[in-house]
Structure formats: structure tokens, C-alpha cells
Design a protein around this ligand. Structure first.
Ligand code: PGA
Length: 221
């Protein structure tokens, strides 16, 4: 089986204390997880990322960090924004254009392309969320995450045939881009998705919030 990328998206969950407890709990399950075929990335809120850098280094948990968003602007006078240059200091990956941001923050395809350009220039690995095969994929995208809105947080994941259909279409048009799926992935359906050669990894929200459940998901293959 090819190497896969598993990305945990914590959204606006977890204080520093809760996140620290999560890493401690995950560490207790490490021996049961085979990391040889997977890279695991956790994306916490900006408020806590800096705390987890030494925590991960000291505990030797084989996990990388990612951010859930990045500014469309370069470093400068942009109150409340977090630039790619700042993020680069702490993380390797960044999620861009999640549908929740497209809806609640009115992010446009143009904004998303700007964010990808900033992140790419700072050598962050970019994960661009798409809602269907027609969502534009900006230059500089490393991974797309296909996340149909109806599958996010609903307990109703997309079918494998639908995901593979979109994966084929995306990969035909963007030969360098890797393809992730996200939307109601849990420990019961993860194996089905992981065995598809068209799916290079997963973006996981709800099922990543409890360390024990996430560990159980990572143990499935
Ligand atoms: P979910 O969220 O796993 O809770 O469906 C996925 C996401 O929104 O990235």
C-alpha cells in the first residue's frame, strides 16, 4: 500500500490544557500504531500550536503539525491575520479554503489562490479543500481534500465510488496533486478509504477529537 497522509482538523476545539491531554493520551497508544505507511498531521488552533512543538519533540510522538488557515497577505500591517512566514516557524502543513470558511468567512476562490501563493512561497505544504470536481485548484497546491458539504460532521460519508470519480477527475487535470478525502471518516469506514489506490489520505474532524478514538482509527491498517 502507498504511503498515506492523515490530517486531524481540530477546528475551534480544545484549550492548550485539553490538547496537551490529547497528546499524552495518544502517546499511550503509540505502540499499537504502524507509522511506516502513514504521515499523521494534527491541525490545532493558532492559540496552541507553539505549545505543542516542544511537547511533540520531547514525547517523540511521530506527529507533524499543521495550521487550519493562513493569511492571504504577506507579513505586515494586517491586524488579526497570521502570515505564512509566522506559521512556517511552527508547522509543515496548512489547510486552506475549508468549506466552513468559504461559508462563514465568505472566502472566495481568489482569496484561496492568494493564500496558497503565500503558503507555497514559505514552503508550507498546502491542503486545499474542494467541494466538487469543479472547484478551482490554485497553482502551488500540494494536496486537495475533497469534502462534500453534506458529508462534513453528519455521519454520512460520501460513497467510495463518488470519491474515486472526483479523484480521477482531479488527478487527470492536476497530475502533481495528491488527493485526500474528508467528511465523516471514522474508525469504522477508514479502512475502506485507505485501500483505494486513488485516495492518498484523509482529513478527519470529529473522529480526531478524542485521542482514544483517533488512535483506534490509526490502528485499522
Ligand atoms: P468531519 O469533518 O470528519 O467531522 O466530518 C471533516 C472536516 O470538516 O474537515
Amino acid at each position: 500500500m502507498d504511503h498515506k497522509l492523515i490530517v486531524a482538523n481540530w477546528k475551534s476545539h480544545k484549550t492548550v490544557e485539553e490538547g496537551t491531554a490529547w497528546f499524552e493520551e495518544l502517546a499511550r497508544h503509540l505502540s499499537a500504531i504502524d507509522f511506516s505507511q502513514k504521515t499523521v498531521v494534527v491541525c490545532p488552533s493558532f492559540t496552541s500550536i507553539a505549545m505543542y512543538v516542544p511537547l511533540i519533540a520531547n514525547s517523540k510522538v511521530p506527529i507533524l503539525l499543521g495550521a487550519q488557515n493562513v493569511s492571504a497577505f504577506e507579513e505586515g500591517s494586517h491586524t488579526g491575520e497570521v502570515s505564512a512566514h509566522q506559521i512556517q516557524e511552527l508547522v509543515d502543513y496548512v489547510i486552506i479554503g475549508h468549506s466552513e470558511r468559504r461559508v462563514t468567512q465568505h472566502e472566495t476562490d481568489h482569496d484561496i489562490a492568494e493564500k496558497v501563493a503565500r503558503a507555497h512561497a514559505c514552503e508550507l505544504k498546502t491542503i486545499v479543500c474542494i467541494q466538487n470536481a469543479d472547484t478551482p485548484i490554485p497553482t502551488g497546491t500540494d494536496y486537495v481534500a475533497y469534502e462534500p458539504q453534506g458529508a462534513i460532521g453528519t455521519g454520512h460519508a460520501a460513497t467510495l465510488s463518488d470519491i474515486e470519480h472526483v479523484a480521477k477527475s482531479v488527478k487527470e487535470k492536476n497530475t502533481e496533486v495528491k488527493f485526500l478525502y474528508g467528511g465523516s471518516v471514522d474508525e469504522n469506514n477508514v479502512k475502506e478509504f485507505m485501500t483505494s489506490s486513488l485516495i492518498d489520505g484523509l482529513l478527519i474532524g470529529t473522529a480526531s477529537l478524542e485521542a482514544k478514538q483517533f488512535a483506534s482509527l490509526l490502528q485499522q491498517w
